[in-house]
Write a protein that binds this ligand. Sequence first.
Ligand code: AHR
Length: 491
Amino acid sequence: MKVLRMTINPFDKKSKIRKEIFSNFSEHLGRCVYDGIYVGKDSEVPNIEGFRKDVIEAFRQIKLPVLRWPGGCFADEYHWTDGIGELSERKKMINTNWGGVVEDNSFGTHEFMRLCELVGCEPYISGNVGSGTVEELAKWIEYITFDGVSPMADLRRKNGRDKPWKLKYLGIGNESWGCGGSMTPEFYCDNYRRYATFCREYSGNKLFKIACGPNSDDYNWTDVCMKNIGAWGMQGLSLHYYTVPTGNWDHKGSATEFSEEEYYETISRTRFMDTLLTRHGGIMDRYDPMHKVGLIVDEWGTWYDVEPGTNPGFLYQQNTMRDAVVAAVNLDIFNAHSDRVYMANIAQAVNVLQAILLTEGGVTVKTPTYHVFDLYKEHQDAELIYSHIENETEGGVPCISQSASTTENGAVTITLSNCSLDRTFGIDVGTAFGEIAAASGRILTGEVHEKNDFEHPENVVIKPLDVKTENGNAFVELPPCSVAAIALTLK
Ligand code: AHR
Protein backbone atom coordinates (compact mmCIF):
# COMPACT_ATOMS: atom_id res chain seq x y z
CA MET A 1 0.00 0.00 0.00
CA LYS A 2 1.39 3.36 -0.99
CA VAL A 3 1.53 5.88 1.87
CA LEU A 4 0.96 9.53 0.95
CA ARG A 5 2.02 12.31 3.28
CA MET A 6 -0.43 15.09 4.00
CA THR A 7 0.54 18.30 5.80
CA ILE A 8 -1.85 20.75 7.41
CA ASN A 9 -1.11 24.11 8.97
CA PRO A 10 -3.92 25.22 11.27
CA PHE A 11 -2.34 28.65 11.68
CA ASP A 12 -2.36 29.34 7.95
CA LYS A 13 -6.00 30.36 7.59
CA LYS A 14 -7.15 31.06 4.04
CA SER A 15 -10.81 32.07 3.98
CA LYS A 16 -14.11 31.29 5.61
CA ILE A 17 -15.90 28.28 4.11
CA ARG A 18 -19.36 29.82 4.10
CA LYS A 19 -21.99 27.33 5.08
CA GLU A 20 -23.96 28.34 1.99
CA ILE A 21 -21.54 26.25 -0.11
CA PHE A 22 -23.52 23.22 1.07
CA SER A 23 -26.87 24.44 -0.24
CA ASN A 24 -29.47 22.89 -2.50
CA PHE A 25 -31.93 23.60 -5.27
CA SER A 26 -35.59 22.64 -5.65
CA GLU A 27 -37.37 23.31 -8.93
CA HIS A 28 -40.89 22.66 -10.12
CA LEU A 29 -39.46 19.88 -12.25
CA GLY A 30 -40.58 16.27 -12.34
CA ARG A 31 -41.05 14.94 -8.81
CA CYS A 32 -38.80 17.35 -6.96
CA VAL A 33 -41.36 19.64 -5.34
CA TYR A 34 -44.54 17.57 -5.76
CA ASP A 35 -44.11 14.06 -4.36
CA GLY A 36 -40.50 14.73 -3.39
CA ILE A 37 -40.99 17.53 -0.90
CA TYR A 38 -44.69 18.34 -0.85
CA VAL A 39 -47.43 15.72 -0.72
CA GLY A 40 -50.27 17.85 0.65
CA LYS A 41 -51.90 17.72 4.05
CA ASP A 42 -54.29 14.90 3.16
CA SER A 43 -51.57 12.52 1.97
CA GLU A 44 -50.99 9.17 3.64
CA VAL A 45 -47.28 9.89 3.50
CA PRO A 46 -46.27 11.14 6.98
CA ASN A 47 -46.13 14.90 6.66
CA ILE A 48 -45.97 18.17 8.55
CA GLU A 49 -48.46 20.60 7.03
CA GLY A 50 -48.15 18.74 3.72
CA PHE A 51 -44.32 18.55 3.67
CA ARG A 52 -42.75 15.09 3.84
CA LYS A 53 -41.59 14.54 7.40
CA ASP A 54 -38.61 12.36 6.44
CA VAL A 55 -37.41 14.91 3.89
CA ILE A 56 -37.55 17.73 6.43
CA GLU A 57 -35.61 15.60 8.91
CA ALA A 58 -33.02 14.66 6.29
CA PHE A 59 -32.50 18.33 5.35
CA ARG A 60 -32.09 19.23 9.01
CA GLN A 61 -29.56 16.46 9.61
CA ILE A 62 -27.15 17.89 7.03
CA LYS A 63 -27.84 21.44 8.32
CA LEU A 64 -29.10 22.52 4.90
CA PRO A 65 -28.26 26.24 4.79
CA VAL A 66 -30.14 27.56 1.72
CA LEU A 67 -32.80 26.19 -0.61
CA ARG A 68 -33.23 27.75 -4.07
CA TRP A 69 -36.70 27.87 -5.66
CA PRO A 70 -38.83 27.80 -7.93
CA GLY A 71 -36.32 27.22 -10.77
CA GLY A 72 -34.31 26.84 -12.95
CA CYS A 73 -35.96 27.35 -16.26
CA PHE A 74 -39.34 27.14 -14.52
CA ALA A 75 -38.63 30.43 -12.69
CA ASP A 76 -38.77 32.52 -15.85
CA GLU A 77 -42.28 31.33 -16.64
CA TYR A 78 -43.54 31.41 -13.07
CA HIS A 79 -46.05 34.04 -12.04
CA TRP A 80 -46.08 34.15 -8.27
CA THR A 81 -49.61 35.48 -7.97
CA ASP A 82 -50.86 32.16 -9.41
CA GLY A 83 -49.49 30.40 -6.33
CA ILE A 84 -51.14 32.34 -3.48
CA GLY A 85 -54.61 32.37 -1.93
CA GLU A 86 -57.24 29.64 -1.69
CA LEU A 87 -55.97 26.37 -3.09
CA SER A 88 -59.13 25.73 -5.07
CA GLU A 89 -58.85 29.11 -6.77
CA ARG A 90 -55.20 28.85 -7.80
CA LYS A 91 -54.63 28.91 -11.53
CA LYS A 92 -53.34 25.86 -13.28
CA MET A 93 -50.63 26.14 -15.91
CA ILE A 94 -48.59 23.92 -18.20
CA ASN A 95 -45.01 23.33 -17.15
CA THR A 96 -43.66 23.91 -20.65
CA ASN A 97 -40.04 23.32 -19.69
CA TRP A 98 -40.46 20.03 -17.91
CA GLY A 99 -42.67 17.35 -19.42
CA GLY A 100 -45.64 19.55 -20.33
CA VAL A 101 -47.46 18.46 -17.19
CA VAL A 102 -50.12 20.47 -15.38
CA GLU A 103 -48.80 22.63 -12.56
CA ASP A 104 -51.63 23.29 -10.12
CA ASN A 105 -49.73 25.89 -8.09
CA SER A 106 -50.60 24.23 -4.80
CA PHE A 107 -47.00 24.81 -3.73
CA GLY A 108 -46.47 28.57 -3.84
CA THR A 109 -44.82 31.36 -1.87
CA HIS A 110 -46.45 30.59 1.50
CA GLU A 111 -45.62 26.90 1.19
CA PHE A 112 -41.99 27.54 0.21
CA MET A 113 -41.39 30.05 2.99
CA ARG A 114 -43.01 27.71 5.53
CA LEU A 115 -40.84 24.83 4.33
CA CYS A 116 -37.73 26.92 4.92
CA GLU A 117 -38.96 27.78 8.41
CA LEU A 118 -39.50 24.10 9.21
CA VAL A 119 -36.08 23.11 7.85
CA GLY A 120 -34.32 26.10 9.40
CA CYS A 121 -32.74 27.17 6.11
CA GLU A 122 -32.64 30.47 4.21
CA PRO A 123 -34.92 30.83 1.19
CA TYR A 124 -33.37 31.78 -2.14
CA ILE A 125 -35.97 32.93 -4.67
CA SER A 126 -35.29 33.15 -8.39
CA GLY A 127 -37.30 35.95 -9.96
CA ASN A 128 -38.90 35.90 -13.39
CA VAL A 129 -37.06 38.23 -15.75
CA GLY A 130 -37.56 36.27 -18.98
CA SER A 131 -41.36 36.47 -19.25
CA GLY A 132 -42.27 38.59 -16.23
CA THR A 133 -42.20 42.30 -15.55
CA VAL A 134 -40.33 44.64 -13.25
CA GLU A 135 -43.62 45.39 -11.52
CA GLU A 136 -44.33 41.71 -10.90
CA LEU A 137 -40.97 41.07 -9.25
CA ALA A 138 -41.11 44.31 -7.26
CA LYS A 139 -44.52 43.33 -5.91
CA TRP A 140 -43.32 39.85 -4.96
CA ILE A 141 -40.62 41.38 -2.75
CA GLU A 142 -43.19 43.74 -1.27
CA TYR A 143 -45.57 40.84 -0.63
CA ILE A 144 -42.93 38.79 1.14
CA THR A 145 -41.04 41.39 3.13
CA PHE A 146 -43.11 44.54 3.81
CA ASP A 147 -44.37 45.09 7.34
CA GLY A 148 -46.43 48.25 6.73
CA VAL A 149 -49.66 49.05 4.96
CA SER A 150 -49.54 48.46 1.22
CA PRO A 151 -51.57 46.55 -1.36
CA MET A 152 -49.16 43.60 -1.36
CA ALA A 153 -48.62 43.45 2.41
CA ASP A 154 -52.39 43.60 2.89
CA LEU A 155 -52.87 40.81 0.37
CA ARG A 156 -50.35 38.66 2.27
CA ARG A 157 -52.28 39.27 5.48
CA LYS A 158 -55.53 38.39 3.75
CA ASN A 159 -53.86 35.13 2.73
CA GLY A 160 -53.11 34.26 6.34
CA ARG A 161 -49.63 35.59 7.01
CA ASP A 162 -49.54 38.65 9.21
CA LYS A 163 -45.82 39.14 9.75
CA PRO A 164 -43.55 39.45 6.72
CA TRP A 165 -40.84 36.89 6.10
CA LYS A 166 -37.16 37.68 5.80
CA LEU A 167 -35.80 37.12 2.32
CA LYS A 168 -32.08 37.49 1.74
CA TYR A 169 -31.19 35.70 -1.50
CA LEU A 170 -32.85 36.96 -4.66
CA GLY A 171 -31.88 35.74 -8.13
CA ILE A 172 -32.69 38.20 -10.90
CA GLY A 173 -33.35 35.82 -13.78
CA ASN A 174 -32.07 32.30 -14.40
CA GLU A 175 -29.96 31.28 -17.37
CA SER A 176 -30.94 34.50 -19.14
CA TRP A 177 -28.53 33.44 -21.91
CA GLY A 178 -30.75 30.39 -22.58
CA CYS A 179 -34.12 29.22 -21.24
CA GLY A 180 -34.45 32.50 -19.30
CA GLY A 181 -34.73 34.67 -22.42
CA SER A 182 -31.86 33.97 -24.86
CA MET A 183 -30.37 37.38 -24.08
CA THR A 184 -26.99 38.82 -24.95
CA PRO A 185 -24.95 39.74 -21.86
CA GLU A 186 -25.29 43.45 -22.64
CA PHE A 187 -29.09 43.24 -22.93
CA TYR A 188 -29.26 41.16 -19.74
CA CYS A 189 -27.17 43.67 -17.79
CA ASP A 190 -29.44 46.54 -18.80
CA ASN A 191 -32.42 44.49 -17.72
CA TYR A 192 -30.73 43.49 -14.47
CA ARG A 193 -30.12 47.12 -13.55
CA ARG A 194 -33.77 47.99 -14.15
CA TYR A 195 -35.14 45.01 -12.20
CA ALA A 196 -32.68 45.40 -9.34
CA THR A 197 -33.55 49.06 -8.91
CA PHE A 198 -37.14 48.24 -8.00
CA CYS A 199 -36.41 45.31 -5.69
CA ARG A 200 -36.71 47.40 -2.55
CA GLU A 201 -35.42 46.64 0.90
CA TYR A 202 -38.54 46.87 3.06
CA SER A 203 -38.83 46.84 6.83
CA GLY A 204 -35.12 46.25 7.50
CA ASN A 205 -34.93 43.31 5.09
CA LYS A 206 -31.52 43.20 3.37
CA LEU A 207 -31.40 41.65 -0.08
CA PHE A 208 -28.41 39.78 -1.49
CA LYS A 209 -29.05 40.19 -5.21
CA ILE A 210 -27.68 37.56 -7.53
CA ALA A 211 -27.24 38.30 -11.23
CA CYS A 212 -27.48 35.57 -13.81
CA GLY A 213 -23.92 34.58 -14.54
CA PRO A 214 -22.24 32.51 -17.20
CA ASN A 215 -22.98 29.15 -18.68
CA SER A 216 -19.87 27.10 -17.97
CA ASP A 217 -16.87 28.67 -19.75
CA ASP A 218 -18.57 31.72 -21.22
CA TYR A 219 -15.94 34.09 -19.84
CA ASN A 220 -17.24 37.01 -21.90
CA TRP A 221 -20.56 36.85 -20.02
CA THR A 222 -18.72 37.29 -16.72
CA ASP A 223 -16.64 40.12 -18.10
CA VAL A 224 -19.67 42.04 -19.35
CA CYS A 225 -21.60 41.53 -16.09
CA MET A 226 -18.67 42.69 -13.99
CA LYS A 227 -18.17 45.72 -16.23
CA ASN A 228 -21.84 46.70 -16.62
CA ILE A 229 -23.19 45.80 -13.18
CA GLY A 230 -20.25 45.06 -10.88
CA ALA A 231 -20.30 45.60 -7.17
CA TRP A 232 -22.56 48.60 -7.84
CA GLY A 233 -25.64 46.54 -8.04
CA MET A 234 -25.06 42.87 -7.29
CA GLN A 235 -23.77 40.87 -4.39
CA GLY A 236 -23.55 37.60 -6.30
CA LEU A 237 -23.00 36.33 -9.83
CA SER A 238 -24.20 32.82 -10.61
CA LEU A 239 -22.37 30.08 -12.51
CA HIS A 240 -23.91 26.90 -13.90
CA TYR A 241 -21.84 23.88 -14.78
CA TYR A 242 -23.04 20.27 -15.03
CA THR A 243 -20.87 17.15 -15.24
CA VAL A 244 -21.96 15.20 -18.32
CA PRO A 245 -19.75 12.07 -18.46
CA THR A 246 -19.63 11.79 -22.25
CA GLY A 247 -19.67 15.53 -22.90
CA ASN A 248 -22.49 14.79 -25.36
CA TRP A 249 -25.89 16.17 -24.35
CA ASP A 250 -27.68 13.76 -26.69
CA HIS A 251 -26.07 10.68 -25.12
CA LYS A 252 -25.04 11.63 -21.66
CA GLY A 253 -24.57 8.07 -20.42
CA SER A 254 -26.31 5.95 -17.82
CA ALA A 255 -26.29 6.81 -14.11
CA THR A 256 -25.69 3.20 -13.09
CA GLU A 257 -24.05 1.37 -15.97
CA PHE A 258 -20.72 2.82 -16.94
CA SER A 259 -17.22 1.64 -17.74
CA GLU A 260 -14.03 2.42 -15.85
CA GLU A 261 -13.04 4.76 -18.66
CA GLU A 262 -16.35 6.62 -18.41
CA TYR A 263 -15.90 6.88 -14.65
CA TYR A 264 -12.50 8.56 -14.88
CA GLU A 265 -13.85 10.78 -17.66
CA THR A 266 -16.63 11.85 -15.28
CA ILE A 267 -14.11 12.76 -12.58
CA SER A 268 -11.97 14.60 -15.08
CA ARG A 269 -14.96 16.60 -16.36
CA THR A 270 -16.07 17.43 -12.82
CA ARG A 271 -12.58 18.69 -12.00
CA PHE A 272 -13.08 21.28 -14.76
CA MET A 273 -15.00 23.18 -12.07
CA ASP A 274 -11.61 24.20 -10.68
CA THR A 275 -10.59 25.78 -14.00
CA LEU A 276 -13.94 27.56 -14.24
CA LEU A 277 -13.65 29.05 -10.75
CA THR A 278 -10.05 30.11 -11.36
CA ARG A 279 -10.81 31.79 -14.66
CA HIS A 280 -14.16 33.40 -13.78
CA GLY A 281 -12.67 34.41 -10.42
CA GLY A 282 -9.70 35.97 -12.23
CA ILE A 283 -12.00 38.10 -14.38
CA MET A 284 -13.95 39.15 -11.29
CA ASP A 285 -10.70 40.08 -9.51
CA ARG A 286 -9.99 42.65 -12.19
CA TYR A 287 -13.22 44.53 -11.44
CA ASP A 288 -13.70 43.56 -7.82
CA PRO A 289 -10.35 43.01 -6.07
CA MET A 290 -11.98 43.25 -2.65
CA HIS A 291 -14.24 40.25 -3.40
CA LYS A 292 -17.47 42.10 -2.69
CA VAL A 293 -19.28 40.02 -5.30
CA GLY A 294 -19.54 36.30 -4.60
CA LEU A 295 -19.60 33.55 -7.20
CA ILE A 296 -22.79 31.59 -6.64
CA VAL A 297 -22.56 28.15 -8.22
CA ASP A 298 -26.30 27.68 -7.99
CA GLU A 299 -26.50 24.69 -10.32
CA TRP A 300 -23.92 21.92 -10.36
CA GLY A 301 -23.82 18.14 -10.34
CA THR A 302 -24.01 15.13 -12.62
CA TRP A 303 -26.49 14.99 -15.50
CA TYR A 304 -27.09 11.54 -17.01
CA ASP A 305 -29.71 10.02 -19.30
CA VAL A 306 -32.94 9.56 -17.35
CA GLU A 307 -33.70 6.18 -15.77
CA PRO A 308 -35.21 3.90 -18.43
CA GLY A 309 -38.99 4.06 -18.47
CA THR A 310 -39.25 7.43 -16.73
CA ASN A 311 -40.56 10.68 -18.23
CA PRO A 312 -37.64 12.26 -20.15
CA GLY A 313 -38.84 15.68 -18.99
CA PHE A 314 -38.52 14.71 -15.32
CA LEU A 315 -34.73 14.25 -15.22
CA TYR A 316 -34.92 11.37 -12.74
CA GLN A 317 -31.61 9.53 -12.31
CA GLN A 318 -30.09 7.07 -9.84
CA ASN A 319 -27.04 7.92 -7.80
CA THR A 320 -24.01 5.72 -7.11
CA MET A 321 -20.64 5.90 -5.39
CA ARG A 322 -19.44 7.66 -8.55
CA ASP A 323 -21.74 10.55 -7.61
CA ALA A 324 -20.39 10.51 -4.06
CA VAL A 325 -16.85 11.02 -5.39
CA VAL A 326 -18.08 13.73 -7.77
CA ALA A 327 -19.75 15.52 -4.85
CA ALA A 328 -16.63 15.31 -2.68
CA VAL A 329 -14.35 16.57 -5.46
CA ASN A 330 -16.66 19.53 -6.15
CA LEU A 331 -17.09 20.46 -2.49
CA ASP A 332 -13.30 20.40 -2.04
CA ILE A 333 -12.95 22.67 -5.07
CA PHE A 334 -15.55 25.08 -3.64
CA ASN A 335 -13.73 25.05 -0.30
CA ALA A 336 -10.44 25.80 -2.04
CA HIS A 337 -12.09 28.81 -3.76
CA SER A 338 -14.08 29.91 -0.76
CA ASP A 339 -12.57 33.40 -0.93
CA ARG A 340 -14.81 33.89 -4.00
CA VAL A 341 -17.43 31.12 -3.89
CA TYR A 342 -20.10 32.34 -1.49
CA MET A 343 -22.74 29.73 -2.22
CA ALA A 344 -23.24 26.52 -4.21
CA ASN A 345 -26.50 24.66 -4.80
CA ILE A 346 -26.35 21.11 -6.02
CA ALA A 347 -29.05 20.24 -8.58
CA GLN A 348 -31.35 19.09 -7.18
CA ALA A 349 -32.70 18.23 -3.73
CA VAL A 350 -35.11 15.36 -4.45
CA ASN A 351 -35.75 13.05 -7.44
CA VAL A 352 -34.02 15.26 -10.02
CA LEU A 353 -30.45 15.00 -11.41
CA GLN A 354 -27.81 14.47 -8.69
CA ALA A 355 -30.46 14.30 -6.00
CA ILE A 356 -29.52 13.91 -2.37
CA LEU A 357 -32.86 12.16 -1.75
CA LEU A 358 -35.06 9.83 -3.80
CA THR A 359 -38.67 9.11 -2.94
CA GLU A 360 -41.24 6.53 -3.93
CA GLY A 361 -44.61 6.52 -2.21
CA GLY A 362 -43.93 6.78 1.51
CA VAL A 363 -40.26 5.77 1.29
CA THR A 364 -37.33 8.16 1.13
CA VAL A 365 -33.83 6.97 0.27
CA LYS A 366 -30.66 8.89 1.11
CA THR A 367 -28.30 8.70 -1.87
CA PRO A 368 -24.50 8.36 -1.60
CA THR A 369 -24.39 12.08 -2.46
CA TYR A 370 -26.52 12.85 0.61
CA HIS A 371 -23.99 11.08 2.82
CA VAL A 372 -21.18 13.22 1.42
CA PHE A 373 -23.05 16.34 2.54
CA ASP A 374 -23.33 14.72 5.95
CA LEU A 375 -19.57 14.04 6.04
CA TYR A 376 -18.78 17.63 5.00
CA LYS A 377 -21.09 19.45 7.40
CA GLU A 378 -18.31 20.23 9.90
CA HIS A 379 -16.73 22.52 7.28
CA GLN A 380 -19.76 24.82 7.44
CA ASP A 381 -18.59 28.30 8.50
CA ALA A 382 -15.14 26.98 9.48
CA GLU A 383 -11.88 28.54 8.25
CA LEU A 384 -10.13 26.85 5.35
CA ILE A 385 -6.54 26.08 6.37
CA TYR A 386 -3.44 25.16 4.40
CA SER A 387 -3.27 21.53 3.38
CA HIS A 388 -1.07 19.69 0.94
CA ILE A 389 -0.93 16.05 -0.08
CA GLU A 390 1.58 14.06 -2.07
CA ASN A 391 -0.69 12.76 -4.79
CA GLU A 392 -0.80 9.99 -7.38
CA THR A 393 -2.82 9.88 -10.57
CA GLU A 394 -5.03 7.21 -12.07
CA GLY A 395 -7.11 7.32 -15.23
CA GLY A 396 -5.58 10.75 -15.89
CA VAL A 397 -6.91 12.35 -12.69
CA PRO A 398 -5.40 12.96 -9.24
CA CYS A 399 -6.39 10.13 -6.88
CA ILE A 400 -6.86 12.10 -3.69
CA SER A 401 -8.92 15.24 -3.17
CA GLN A 402 -8.82 16.99 0.18
CA SER A 403 -9.89 19.98 2.30
CA ALA A 404 -8.97 20.99 5.83
CA SER A 405 -10.65 23.54 8.07
CA THR A 406 -10.60 24.73 11.63
CA THR A 407 -13.22 26.22 13.91
CA GLU A 408 -12.84 28.95 16.53
CA ASN A 409 -12.31 26.38 19.27
CA GLY A 410 -9.41 24.84 17.37
CA ALA A 411 -11.13 21.66 16.16
CA VAL A 412 -9.80 20.56 12.76
CA THR A 413 -11.80 18.71 10.12
CA ILE A 414 -10.22 17.00 7.14
CA THR A 415 -12.18 15.57 4.25
CA LEU A 416 -10.46 13.14 1.93
CA SER A 417 -11.64 11.20 -1.08
CA ASN A 418 -9.88 8.50 -3.06
CA CYS A 419 -11.20 8.28 -6.62
CA SER A 420 -8.95 5.38 -7.61
CA LEU A 421 -10.96 2.27 -8.40
CA ASP A 422 -8.34 -0.24 -7.32
CA ARG A 423 -5.75 1.31 -5.03
CA THR A 424 -5.89 1.74 -1.29
CA PHE A 425 -3.76 4.59 0.02
CA GLY A 426 -2.37 5.12 3.46
CA ILE A 427 -2.59 8.79 4.43
CA ASP A 428 -0.10 10.02 6.99
CA VAL A 429 -1.35 13.37 8.30
CA GLY A 430 1.10 15.67 10.03
CA THR A 431 0.72 19.22 11.24
CA ALA A 432 3.21 22.02 10.60
CA PHE A 433 2.85 23.21 14.20
CA GLY A 434 2.06 21.15 17.28
CA GLU A 435 0.89 17.57 17.35
CA ILE A 436 -2.26 15.62 16.64
CA ALA A 437 -3.42 14.38 20.02
CA ALA A 438 -6.60 12.53 19.08
CA ALA A 439 -8.53 11.68 15.93
CA SER A 440 -11.71 9.97 14.82
CA GLY A 441 -13.18 9.34 11.42
CA ARG A 442 -16.20 8.39 9.31
CA ILE A 443 -16.15 6.91 5.85
CA LEU A 444 -18.41 6.20 2.88
CA THR A 445 -17.11 3.56 0.53
CA GLY A 446 -18.25 0.86 -1.86
CA GLU A 447 -17.80 -0.52 -5.32
CA VAL A 448 -18.29 2.40 -7.71
CA HIS A 449 -21.65 1.17 -9.09
CA GLU A 450 -23.15 0.68 -5.64
CA LYS A 451 -26.24 2.68 -4.84
CA ASN A 452 -29.17 2.90 -2.46
CA ASP A 453 -32.55 1.98 -3.88
CA PHE A 454 -36.01 1.29 -2.49
CA GLU A 455 -35.22 -2.40 -1.90
CA HIS A 456 -31.81 -1.68 -0.34
CA PRO A 457 -32.00 1.84 1.11
CA GLU A 458 -28.97 1.34 3.37
CA ASN A 459 -26.60 -0.40 0.99
CA VAL A 460 -24.20 2.54 1.07
CA VAL A 461 -23.98 4.27 4.44
CA ILE A 462 -21.42 6.09 6.53
CA LYS A 463 -19.35 3.84 8.79
CA PRO A 464 -16.74 4.55 11.46
CA LEU A 465 -13.18 4.85 10.16
CA ASP A 466 -10.22 3.72 12.20
CA VAL A 467 -7.72 6.58 12.64
CA LYS A 468 -4.45 5.84 14.44
CA THR A 469 -2.46 8.55 16.17
CA GLU A 470 1.25 8.09 16.77
CA ASN A 471 4.16 10.47 17.29
CA GLY A 472 1.91 13.49 16.78
CA ASN A 473 0.63 12.27 13.39
CA ALA A 474 -2.61 10.62 12.33
CA PHE A 475 -2.83 7.67 9.96
CA VAL A 476 -5.77 6.33 7.94
CA GLU A 477 -6.29 3.84 5.16
CA LEU A 478 -8.44 5.11 2.31
CA PRO A 479 -9.89 2.23 0.28
CA PRO A 480 -10.70 2.62 -3.43
CA CYS A 481 -13.70 4.81 -4.22
CA SER A 482 -14.16 6.34 -0.80
CA VAL A 483 -14.97 9.64 0.91
CA ALA A 484 -13.95 10.26 4.51
CA ALA A 485 -14.17 12.94 7.19
CA ILE A 486 -11.63 13.04 10.01
CA ALA A 487 -11.90 15.08 13.19
CA LEU A 488 -8.57 16.03 14.77
CA THR A 489 -7.73 17.39 18.19
CA LEU A 490 -4.39 19.19 18.25
CA LYS A 491 -2.08 19.95 21.17
O1 AHR B 1 -31.59 21.79 -13.20
C1 AHR B 1 -32.23 21.58 -14.42
C2 AHR B 1 -32.14 22.76 -15.35
O2 AHR B 1 -30.83 22.96 -15.74
C3 AHR B 1 -32.55 24.09 -14.80
O3 AHR B 1 -33.91 24.31 -14.86
C4 AHR B 1 -31.84 25.07 -15.67
O4 AHR B 1 -31.53 26.26 -15.02
C5 AHR B 1 -30.60 24.31 -16.13
O5 AHR B 1 -30.44 24.36 -17.49
